[in-house]
Design a protein around this ligand. Structure first.
Ligand SMILES: Cc1cc2nc3c(=O)[nH]c(=O)nc-3n(C[C@H](O)[C@H](O)[C@H](O)COP(=O)(O)OP(=O)(O)OC[C@H]3O[C@@H](n4cnc5c(N)ncnc54)[C@H](O)[C@@H]3O)c2cc1C
Ligand SMILES: *[C@@H]1O[C@H](CO)[C@@H](O)[C@H](O)[C@H]1NC(C)=O
Ligand SMILES: *[C@@H]1O[C@H](CO)[C@@H](O)[C@H](O)[C@H]1NC(C)=O
Ligand SMILES: *[C@@H]1O[C@H](CO)[C@@H](O)[C@H](O)[C@H]1NC(C)=O
Ligand SMILES: *[C@@H]1O[C@H](CO)[C@@H](O)[C@H](O)[C@H]1NC(C)=O
Ligand SMILES: *[C@@H]1O[C@H](CO)[C@@H](O)[C@H](O)[C@H]1NC(C)=O
Ligand SMILES: *[C@@H]1O[C@H](CO)[C@@H](O)[C@H](O)[C@H]1NC(C)=O
Ligand SMILES: *[C@@H]1O[C@H](CO)[C@@H](O)[C@H](O)[C@H]1NC(C)=O
Length: 495
């Protein structure tokens, strides 16, 4: 393990950052020099060092841990060329940098930077549909809710996520949607990507051109392989807002149903391979004063006009609230709200469970309950969420050129632990870090199944769990031979 990861895991960096006097740091001052040069070439609207927009953007990230940095400048590109100019200067001057699209990373430092340059995509939010090629073109700053509402009148949608406020960074980590069973990970719908490499060079990658290796690596390689400035993706014909082509909704359960829900989840992951079906099972513990309130939320949808028997177990478990009926794809994507709440420090953590072993799921529930109890005093809430990834999803991805996560055949579940700290708590206390490490050691992944990078802890070596890890490493070495991104940007470890 690298030194910096040990420090990160110990919560050391957050503590130092809090005391860091930005204006006096050498790194900050050299970044400021690059900012001044960039401001001369791009102008002071695109390169900002202060002001209302600068402040709102610096503090706009979803996780409070990423909303505290005050970089010497923020670059607000209007075009790919602006990103090229900024990246070329960052590379030339060896400046730390970060990129922010929808802002929803829960990994500290992955979308923010204190002593470097932040590239912020709020001015590149176009989305268009081209009926001739039946593709959608997304600029990186758009959020899924806006993309869906703009395209809904045309009856098409991109593969994205499940909550409206989330952004396109999701695609670079893979992407799980309510349509994953039919079409695979969201990134499997990539057609053509404009990518600004670390040097500032622009390349356009497709499945078949000379950059096909880069194209594959971007389906799960997260922020390590370059900055994507244009995503052209296949359009999915899901109907308009008036077409209620899906059937489903949400069911809320009391904690007394927890064991039955765990059993039903394990059974679902083992047995269901229906491309039209999708669930998200989220167990939640929220802290209210000195009390923990456990209540559990199932989101379920079927791309059809009724619910088939496969959901029967969940429907028969005693619930406290249920809202199920015909819905549009847009309705489905707003059923859990937009997910836009700010002001809380957030942490994720991932595992991957194959179908079949009920005890593995029950054990995870116990480990998560113990974890919540141990860190209760620092908490607003924790979530233990299961997203089944069915065999058909893996096959759909492979049929479409595959990706480097390359899960083996057979159903499994992406397991996510979300930790939402008490409002305003800006650092991770050491006892929380200790409890997290213990939790992760209690819920190891099933051998061979990849972790989902969009849901991981920054200390988890996700890339090493990919089926095609070696190809990922080779491709990284080819496109960033001086390892500039790894040296100058926070992101997934292990390359
Ligand atoms: C409330 C909530 C709900 C979620 N629901 C889902 C879900 O249903 N399905 C799912 O798959 N995931 C989901 N996620 C996880 C989500 O995929 C990740 O948080 C993802 O990183 C968010 O992308 P973003 O653009 O919003 O975030 P950002 O933090 O802006 O970006 C994420 C990462 O990608 C990098 N990045 C962003 N854009 C670019 C670019 N153009 N070029 C290079 N690097 C870039 C950033 O630097 C950062 O490291 C959810 C997360 C949250 C918080
Ligand atoms: C940070 O350092 C600068 C230069 O040394 C100094 O002028 C400033 O007062 C310091 N700020 C804080 C908040 O300590
Ligand atoms: C984005 O949309 C705006 C407004 O419609 C338009 O002026 C601009 O040219 C578009 N940019 C791209 C890259 O399509
Ligand atoms: C859950 O499954 C376990 C193991 O199969 C079984 O012992 C238990 O009775 C089940 N509980 C419920 C509520 O279904
Ligand atoms: C918190 O607990 C109090 C007292 O038990 C209750 O009245 C209130 O509704 C709870 N709040 C939430 C958000 O659950
Ligand atoms: C919820 O139920 C589980 C057992 O199924 C139990 O361990 C846990 O303490 C319960 N949570 C609360 C807040 O009572
Ligand atoms: C527990 O949470 C549920 C769902 O949010 C809420 O309806 C209920 O009031 C809460 N109960 C307590 C005691 O806080
Ligand atoms: C899952 O369904 C796909 C077809 O959608 C099929 O090709 C595959 O063999 C099925 N997998 C299993 C394990 O049944």
């Amino acid at each position: 393990m690298r030194f910096s990861n040990v420090l990160l895991a110990a919560g050391f960096f957050n503590a130092t950052f809090a005391q860091h006097n930005a204006t006096s740091s050498v790194a900050f001052r050299s970044a400021l020099r690059t900012c001044s040069l960039l401001q001369k070439s791009l102008g002071s609207e695109i390169v900002q060092t202060s002001g209302t927009e600068y402040q709102a953007s610096a503090s706009g990230a979803w996780s409070l841990f990423n909303a505290e940095d005050l970089p010497p400048c923020i670059v607000f590109p209007r075009s790919t060329q602006h990103v090229q100019v900024a990246m070329a200067a960052i590379f030339r001057d060896k400046i730390r940098y970060a990129v922010q699209a929808g802002g929803h990373s829960a990994m500290t430092g992955w979308n923010s930077v204190q002593d470097g340059i932040l590239i912020f995509f709020s001015h590149m939010q176009n989305v268009t549909y081209d009926p001739t090629s039946d593709t959608i073109t997304l600029q990186p700053g758009i959020h899924w809710g806006d993309a869906l509402s703009q395209l809904s009148p045309l009856g098409v949608a991109p593969l994205g996520g499940r909550l409206g406020d989330i952004g396109t960074g999701l695609l670079l980590g893979g992407g799980l949607s309510y349509l994953s069973g039919e079409f695979g990970f969201s990134s499997n719908a990539f057609v053509e990507l404009d990518v600004v490499l670390v040097t500032g060079k622009l390349v356009t990658a497709t499945a078949t051109n000379q950059y096909s290796d880069l194209f594959r690596a971007l389906k799960g390689g997260a922020n390590r392989f370059g900055i994507v400035t244009r995503y052209q993706v296949k359009a999915i014909h899901i109907g308009t807002e008036d077409d209620k082509n899906f059937f489903g909704g949400v069911i809320l359960y009391p904690n007394s149903s927890a064991e039955a829900l765990i059993n039903a989840t394990a059974k679902y992951v083992s047995t269901v391979n229906d491309t039209k079906a999708s669930i998200l099972m989220a167990f939640t513990n929220s802290v209210n004063g000195s009390e923990i309130n456990s209540s559990h939320i199932l989101t379920l949808f079927y791309h059809g006009s009724s619910l088939p028997n496969i959901f029967g177990d969940f429907l028969s478990i005693p619930s406290s609230f249920s809202q199920i009926g015909p819905v549009s794809y847009m309705d489905a994507n707003s059923i859990l709200g937009a997910g836009g709440d700010r002001g809380f420090g957030q942490l994720f953590g991932a595992s991957a469970f194959k179908g079949g072993v009920v005890e593995q799921y029950a054990n995870a529930f116990r480990a998560w309950t113990d974890y919540t109890n141990t860190i209760e005093s620092a908490l607003f809430a924790t979530v233990l969420a299961f997203t089944p990834i069915i065999d058909a999803q893996t096959l759909a991805g492979r049929a479409n050129g595959g990706n480097l996560m390359d899960p083996p055949r057979g159903n499994y579940a992406a397991v996510q632990i979300q930790t939402q700290m008490l409002a305003g708590v800006a650092t991770v206390p050491t006892f929380v870090t200790t409890a997290r490490n213990k939790l992760f050691s209690r819920i190891p992944r099933s051998a061979g199944f990849p972790l989902y990078i969009n849901e991981c802890d920054a200390g988890q070596n996700v890339f090493a769990t990919y089926g095609k890890f070696n190809e990922l490493k080779t491709t990284y070495a080819k496109y960033d031979p001086t390892r500039f991104n790894i040296r100058f940007s926070d992101g997934p470890i292990g390359l």
